[in-house]
Design a protein around this ligand. Structure first.
Ligand code: MG
Length: 453
């Protein structure tokens, strides 16, 4: 249930109201002081989990500032903006509707580090929690931001240039938490906007994860309205996928690529931080503007920690279209990403196809195999042994680099699976690399099982 990004599970099975209450109580006690901002995505179980979270936090003596339905990045912004002691987000991000989860924000407005999450899990599992006295339990209060989040995003872009450009945009928040914010912000930026799937009513007309297949409706709408660009979010709107003017659903890395290219053009030499699973396209863009790229383990908190260490003004995780600009806050923000992509398009007057067409083209193949965490570790050890002497990166799992192509084998932080990701200049090479490593993983798993039998 605990993962590198918080707590996630199927409601009623691996995530219950009881667990949500107890974990929130442990978190409230761990925070020590100050109110806690709470927001949730649009899942039908959100209110029930929120009630448990409120009770847990209040029983630990924390006041709750309830934002109600809110995108994850808005909750992070509010934690800092309202000077809260911490924050909690009730979301399962891109997982299916039967899932829900909890994300935790520290007093500094930063996602909890791996070590902090381990402490929280230990506190919760050992039940080290003393409820507050009746006269010191917390209150449940409305969290009031009065439009400050939306204004802060608008302040991050050249709003005047955007209003002049009057871009035609279709946005598909998938009935997620972005439904409440993204259309509003884009209209404020002068866009001629069509919104589809923008009713936060707890139903999900398309799969929550914004994959190419899930976004056929958006692609059609972009073509039908001759829009300049289309945008889609996951349920908590920290992710953004772009659809080109031709109706092509662009790979998620391209969101960050478009924003990075425009950012570094204006700020050459800036440090950029991303994870080891993100496309090599970022090395090419950074190289063009004499910028250094730092690569971390997969997970927002690792990227954010390195951004703070290096003072990087931009970072993100390509594989989930997330853009992080510390000027707003240290979190992936899909709404900010949409505004920055529009700014990049308005700046040059180019179409999304033209902007991405200037970038080197990479093809990627992603596969997965069910595997326990322990077996995944053994598989990775075996791969390291087998490929000794070759160019290898061990930042997160096993990454083999060959003449500008690479393949990464790593244990998922949220599910009992290993992911195999490959990237190359042709789809055939990417598939070949993926097949090769997949066969090696399967071979090792078979021999582990033989040893056990
Ligand atoms: Mg998300």
């Amino acid at each position: 249930m605990f993962t590198i990004s918080g707590v996630r599970g199927v409601v009623g099975e691996t995530l219950t109201a009881q667990a949500a209450l107890q974990i929130s109580a442990s978190f409230g006690a761990w925070l020590g002081r100050g109110p806690v901002v709470v927001g949730r995505d649009t899942r039908p179980t959100g209110q029930m989990i929120a009630a448990a979270v409120f009770a847990g936090l209040a029983s630990a003596g924390r006041d709750v500032l309830d934002l109600g339905l809110a995108p994850s990045p808005k909750v992070v912004f509010a934690t800092k903006c309202l000077g809260a002691g911490g924050g909690m987000i009730i979301t399962a991000s891109h997982n299916p509707p039967d899932w829900n989860g909890l994300k935790f924000i520290g007093p500094d407005g930063l996602p909890l580090t791996e070590a902090e999450l381990l402490t929280l899990r230990r506190d919760w599992s050992e039940g080290v929690f003393k409820p507050a006295n009746w006269h010191s339990v917390g209150r449940i209060l409305p969290g009031r931001l009065s439009g400050r989040y939306e204004k802060a995003i608008i302040d991050c872009v050249d709003a005047q240039a955007l209003r002049k450009a009057r871009l035609n945009v279709v946005v598909d928040p998938g009935n997620g938490a972005g439904s409440l914010v993204t259309p509003f912000v884009l209209r404020q930026l002068g866009c001629n906007l069509t919104a589809i799937n923008a009713s936060p009513d707890g139903t999900f007309p398309r799969p929550i994860e914004p994959t190419k297949e899930a976004l056929s409706g958006l692609a059609e709408a972009v073509k039908a309205s001759s829009a300049d660009v289309g945008f889609a979010h996951d349920c908590d709107a920290d992710r953004l996928v772009c659809v080109s003017e031709t109706g092509e659903v662009l790979p998620e890395d391209m969101t960050l690529a478009i924003v990075l290219d425009s950012f570094l053009r204006a700020n050459p030499g800036s440090v950029f931080v991303t994870n080891v699973a993100s496309s090599s396209v970022f090395d090419d863009i950074a190289g063009k503007y004499h910028s250094k790229v730092h690569r971390t383990r997969v997970g927002e908190s690792f990227v954010v920690q390195r951004m703070i260490e290096t003072g990087a003004p931009i970072g993100g995780e390509g594989s989930c279209g997330g853009v992080i600009l510390p000027n707003l806050s240290y979190t992936r923000d899909g709404i900010l990403a949409a505004a920055k992509v529009l700014e990049a398009l308005a700046e040059t007057g180019e179409t999304p196809s033209a902007v991405t067409g200037r970038m080197p083209k990479f093809f990627s193949v992603r596969t997965r195999l069910p595997l326990s965490r322990g077996d995944a570790d053994r598989v990775i050890e075996a791969l390291l042994e087998r490929h000794r002497g070759e160019e290898i990166d061990t930042t997160d799992g096993f990454k083999l680099l060959r003449r500008g192509e690479w393949v990464l084998v790593r244990a998922s932080g949220t599910e009992p699976i290993v992911r195999i990701m490959s990237e190359a200049q042709s789809i055939e090479s990417a598939q070949g690399l993926n097949d090769e490593l997949r066969a090696e993983v399967e071979e090792t798993v078979a021999s582990l099982r033989r040893d056990r039998a």
